[in-house]
Ligand binder design. Structure first.
Ligand code: SAM
Length: 405
């Protein structure tokens, strides 16, 4: 964890008893404390249970407490106490405020932060991702979004949600249980998370909605799923637009994702996506020079890949295992990459191929070199596989900022 200044420790101690009253189910108190400290530092609204107090009143009480005890002198000093140790901090005078749902390790957050925004609320329930998030963004995310009352979430201009893609991927489609439909979505827990996003949108009415999902979202259930998402957003009073973007001219990875933007009808016209194109970047441009042998895959695993390839070639279908061509972009890195590395194995002379290192995965997603990777390999692969190409988000976020704010 980041080393804290004594001023910050004192501030945390002062607000803890009051924060305790506002902790939602499934969330750690640390999340409320961090949100409050960040909100004071960036002059944003505090997460607040309105049945206990109005958010403005709560902010006054918290500020008075901090001031009386000498923990808050000026916002500038407080900002330095709160964000000082972080390499990837927001600007002290944010141009807009956003919330980060299904936050993962904050790839979407970083892109919007780079465009001048500041985060005022985040939610992510995976323990490993929470750890990485805290380490890099200084904030422990709130937990399960299904347990969070939308009225308690602070006011924001932009809502970000890379909602889970499993229900929409090919694997998810065949695995799902075709019982009970809800608004055109098959009724499994993951598939209904989109409606938790809508719950927040309909309560808070942010100016902009930014959603990210797998490419296949467009075609899932003969287009019905996508149509439902579009209708829901439009019926809530937003202009909806989307684009499927390949990131291989920005990072050396063929990651094709569906990006959706909603602009509130009274705020502006439909969002026009910028053109993102160019020569594909070679994988070799991000590889580390000296890599430990622990990354070399075992004979058993490599033989398994070879056998599976032979079977698939016979059948004429499916995946064929081979080491990657490092002069081309890699295949898409997915959450399960750590299982056998089949999406991207780096050739080595005289040895079996190797897995990507954690840092190489971070680079494939365009994360800055300062980004810390505090978890072990398996959770780190999952976290980066679930994440986004940060520079692509940054390009889209800058265009949104330019058009809307
Ligand atoms: C596709 S990933 C998004 C990753 C993120 N965009 C990033 O940059 O790292 C979806 C995330 O949603 C989280 N998630 C799934 N269900 C959740 C829930 N009910 N509440 C909070 N987080 C959830 C998962 O743990 C996963 O990290």
């Amino acid at each position: 964890m980041n080393s804290k200044t004594s001023a910050l420790q004192q501030a945390e101690k002062l607000i803890r008893p009051l924060a305790l009253q506002h902790v939602p189910m499934g969330t750690d108190i640390e999340a409320v404390i961090d949100q409050w400290l960040h909100a004071v530092a960036t002059d944003s609204q505090l997460y607040c249970n309105p049945l206990l107090m109005k958010p403005e009143q709560l902010k006054e009480v918290v500020m008075a407490n901090l001031k009386e005890n000498g923990a808050f002198v000026t916002r500038e000093l407080f900002f330095n106490d709160v964000f000082g140790v972080l390499k990837l901090k927001p600007t002290p005078n944010p141009k807009f405020r956003f919330i980060d749902l299904f936050a993962g390790i904050g790839g979407v957050r970083l892109g919007f932060q780079q465009a001048g925004g500041t985060c005022v609320f985040s939610s992510e329930y995976d323990k490993g991702a929470q750890k990485t998030y805290k380490e890099n963004h200084g904030e422990f995310p709130f937990g399960d979004i299904t347990k969070i009352n939308e009225n308690e979430i602070p006011e924001h201009d932009v809502l970000l949600a890379g909602f889970p893609c499993q229900p929409f991927s090919h694997a998810g489609v065949s695995a799902r249980n075709a019982v009970g439909k809800k608004h055109g979505f098959l009724c499994d827990t993951q598939g209904t998370l989109f409606f938790d996003v809508m719950r927040v949108i309909n309560s808070k009415k942010p100016k902009v909605i930014f959603l990210e999902n797998v490419r296949n979202l467009e075609r899932h259930d003969n287009g019905n799923t996508f149509q439902t998402i579009k209708n829901e957003i439009e019926n809530s009073g937003y202009h909806f637009s989307y684009k499927v973007i390949d990131s291989s001219s920005i990072v050396p990875q063929k990651r094709v994702r569906c990006f959706m933007v909603g602009i509130r009808n009274d705020v502006g016209p439909k969002f026009e996506f910028p053109e993102i194109s160019g020569e594909p970047i070679p994988l070799k441009s991000i590889l580390e020079e000296k890599v430990d042998d622990i990354y070399t895959i075992s004979d058993k695993l490599w033989q398994g890949h070879i056998n599976r390839t032979a079977r698939n070639i016979d059948r004429g279908t499916g995946f064929t295992a081979h080491a990657a061509d490092i002069n081309k972009p890699s295949n898409t890195i997915v959450a399960r990459y750590g299982k056998d590395g089949k999406e991207c194995l780096i050739p080595q002379s005289g040895k079996n191929p190797r897995m990507l290192t954690k840092r190489e995965c971070a680079r494939l997603q365009g994360f800055p070199e300062e980004f810390k990777i505090p978890t072990a390999r398996t959770p780190a692969y999952k976290q980066f596989g679930n994440s986004v190409v940060v520079p692509v988000i940054s390009i889209l976020a800058s265009k949104i900022y330019k058009d809307v704010f």
